[in-house]
Design a protein around this ligand. Structure first.
Ligand SMILES: [Zn+2]
Length: 227
């Protein structure tokens, strides 16, 4: 019987399991060598906006998104605790417009900037993934205006607040992902934890999240088979 792989929607490392499909993060300001065997997302993180001008960002995006395994633009977004908010807004706006034109999903880093985010995303029609999500279910609902907004749960779920546990229990199964981000643990550990919180068999979770992944995989992206 076919067993669904573990989808890891956002990771800064190589997959650690044979049955894992991960989307690795490629920083736009640091072109990397990870692009040949894994899906990846590429974008200019809000922490790094001082490093590039808009013209350079546009050129780099143009190049990197030609790659057949580039499946999303990200991490991009807004971070209230980092400087340069006007530059963050410019870089984010440009990258959102680019993703819209290329019909690519976006992976979002957001810290205390929900209103700014909503404003810039209001006409975006491709999938949105809110990574490292810890918010209320209502916040997701507000951002789900195009009915293609997903949240992704990571390390915060391991010691989740009551708010986060509620969100994990209430989010529809076709609207979320799981990620390791910077964490060096097997993705299966997080799947186990989240399947316990949702009182749902882990195999069902794998099947559902694999389905979610196939929903958002852009037409321009070449499918990668597991090794
Ligand atoms: Zn990350």
């Amino acid at each position: 019987m076919f067993k669904s792989p573990f989808i890891n929607i956002h990771s800064h490392r190589k997959p650690s399991l044979a049955s894992e499909i991960c989307v690795r993060n490629a920083y736009l300001h640091k072109p990397s060598k990870i692009l040949t065997r894994y899906y990846f997302s590429a974008g200019l993180h809000p922490w790094h906006v001082a490093k590039q001008d808009l013209k350079t960002i546009a050129h780099q995006l143009e190049d990197i998104t030609m790659h057949p395994f580039c499946m999303a633009i990200g991490e991009i977004g807004l971070d209230h605790y980092h400087p340069n908010m006007p530059a963050q807004i410019d870089a984010f706006t440009l990258q959102v417009a680019f993703a819209q034109a290329k019909k690519l999903p976006i992976i979002i880093h957001e810290v205390k900037s929900m209103q700014g985010l909503q404003k810039i995303l209001k006409n975006f029609s491709e999938p949105i993934i809110l990574h490292g999500y810890t918010g209320h279910i209502e916040t997701w609902e507000q951002l789900n205006f195009n009915n293609k907004t997903y949240v992704s749960f990571g390390k915060q779920a391991l010691h989740g607040s009551k708010k986060l546990i509620d969100t994990i229990q209430q989010i529809p199964s076709n609207r979320f992902f799981i990620e390791t981000d910077q964490l060096n643990i097997p993705i299966s550990h997080l799947y186990q934890h989240i399947s316990d919180i949702r009182a749902e068999p882990m195999a069902d979770l794998q099947t559902q999240l694999f389905q979610n992944f196939n929903e958002i995989l852009p037409a321009t992206c070449t499918p990668i088979a597991l090794e």
